[in-house]
Design a protein around this ligand. Structure first.
Ligand SMILES: [Zn+2]
Length: 87
C-alpha cells in the first residue's frame, strides 16, 4: 500500500537532532571564525539548506535543497514533474 511509505516508526533515539556538516575553508565575515556548518532548516520560506557560522550564527547562505540533501524526507514524488496548464 502506498500509505505505508508515509508512516514512520517511533524514533528509538533519546534525542532527535540535525547533523551539522562542517564546511572547510570558509571564514565568517562577522567574527572571522572558521566554525561554519551546513544543515537543513524549515523556516517561513519552506525547507532550506543554510550555511551558518556556529559561533555567531551569521547566515553565509540560504538555498533550496538539492535532491542529494534528502530534505525534507517526505518530499512529494511528483515534485520535479512539469506542471499542467492548470497548475
Ligand atoms: Zn561568525
Amino acid at each position: 500500500m502506498a500509505i505505508d511509505r508515509l508512516l514512520f516508526p517511533r524514533p528509538d533515539a533519546e534525542r532527535i537532532y540535525v547533523k551539522r556538516l562542517p564546511v572547510d575553508d570558509v571564514e565568517c565575515p562577522s567574527c572571522h571564525g572558521t566554525n561554519v556548518a551546513r544543515y537543513p532548516v524549515a523556516n517561513y520560506l519552506g525547507p532550506r539548506m543554510v550555511t551558518k557560522c556556529q559561533d555567531c550564527f551569521t547566515h553565509l547562505s540560504v538555498g533550496r535543497p538539492e535532491p542529494s540533501d534528502h530534505w525534507p524526507p517526505w518530499r512529494s514524488a511528483t515534485r520535479d514533474w512539469p506542471a499542467s496548464r492548470l497548475g
